[in-house]
Write a protein that binds this ligand. Structure first.
Ligand SMILES: CC/C=C\C/C=C\C/C=C\CC/C=C/CC(=O)SCCNC(=O)CCNC(=O)[C@H](O)C(C)(C)COP(=O)(O)OP(=O)(O)OC[C@H]1O[C@@H](n2cnc3c(N)ncnc32)[C@H](O)[C@@H]1OP(=O)(O)O
Length: 276
């Protein structure tokens, strides 16, 4: 039923929908050419199979409306943009669920990274690991100045490693040496540090959402043909690399996660999170 509605009418607020058909995101339209996709999976917007699938399908719906030129990705939680992958998906999973989960993450990345829409990540809160992946997949990143926030790739802290395409995305964003340092140390950068290395493009003292809308409108004024061709030129190589290795990457991920040593690391990390 929901998918037959025009994207313009698609405001999937939890207030309007029963829990059985909750879509985990809210979509609104602050201006005729701009859509906002708000992550809404309490408590921390972690990316489960259902969450990743929902974000991907909403991006595709928004994309299908030719009037929409820019997309803002943000969070309903002012303190957390996204805590990254739902770690419980990787804890003692069945192999089938784990492969389907990873495919949903690959597909979310490919969809967001190569969309014709100009994408603005509006980072009001923490953005570790998969949260950083979502932000880096956008064209422009604005973040609140709050020094307590962290953004970066902390996979090594869980005893896991980023997949090759996330490492490549990080290298493209911040450069080789900084990426190597950040990845091996599992570093989460403060907004000031992130700005310095180019992990975010702007930090904002006041209302970060208003700045994101302004930037989205600026992007929407640039002729679409030029911007799409440029995006394809800058991003095509990484997209093709992953598309050519989808099955290999699923194999690496499932083998790596299902190893007993990895499982022990994930279990320990989950315990440390819930003890806090
Ligand atoms: C050589 C290479 C070979 C092969 C490579 C192939 C494949 C690659 C293999 C693996 C790659 C996998 C990639 C992974 C990327 C990821 O995204 S992993 C996830 C990383 N995320 C984190 O580490 C974030 C952890 N969370 C936090 O730090 C904090 O929760 C946060 C700062 C976000 C918020 O803090 P706070 O407001 O204090 O909230 P709580 O910590 O109290 O959390 C509330 C409850 O939410 C639960 N929770 C938090 N994060 C997650 C999560 N990511 N997934 C699931 N659940 C999470 C937390 O446990 C609390 O639950 P509780 O209330 O205790 O039940």
């Amino acid at each position: 039923m929901l998918s037959r509605l025009s994207p313009r009418l698609l405001s999937s607020s939890p207030r309007l929908l029963s829990s059985s058909i909750r879509t985990l995101v809210n979509v609104t339209y602050p201006s005729p050419s701009v859509a906002v996709l708000e992550l809404d999976r309490p408590p921390v917007n972690s990316l489960s199979l259902e969450m990743a699938t929902s974000i991907t399908s909403h991006i595709k719906q928004i994309e299908s409306d030719p009037q929409i030129r820019s997309l803002i990705l943000t969070s309903s939680n002012p303190k957390i943009f996204s805590a990254g992958l739902d770690i419980t998906e990787m804890s003692r999973p069945s192999k089938t669920r784990l492969s389907t989960f990873w495919r949903s993450i690959q597909s979310l990345f490919l969809t967001l990274y190569s969309t014709r829409l100009s994408t603005i990540s509006c980072i009001t809160g923490h953005s570790p690991a998969g949260g950083c992946l979502l932000s880096m997949s956008c064209d422009y990143r604005v973040m609140s100045r709050n020094p307590k926030l962290g953004i970066g790739l902390n996979e090594t802290r869980l005893g896991i490693a980023a997949p090759f395409w996330l490492k490549d995305l990080f290298v493209k964003t911040v450069g080789y040496r900084e990426a190597e340092l950040g990845l091996s140390r599992g570093k989460l950068y403060s907004p000031e540090e992130a700005l310095k290395i180019g992990l975010v493009d702007e930090i904002v003292d006041g209302e970060v959402y208003d700045v994101a809308v302004e930037r989205a409108e600026e992007y929407a004024e640039i002729p679409e043909k030029g911007i799409v061709a440029t995006k394809r030129m800058c991003r095509g190589e990484l997209v093709r690399d992953l598309e050519g290795k989808i099955e290999e990457d699923v194999g690496w991920f499932t083998d790596f996660i299902l190893e007993e040593g990895t499982q022990k690391g994930i279990e320990g990390y989950l315990k440390s999170l819930s003890k806090k």
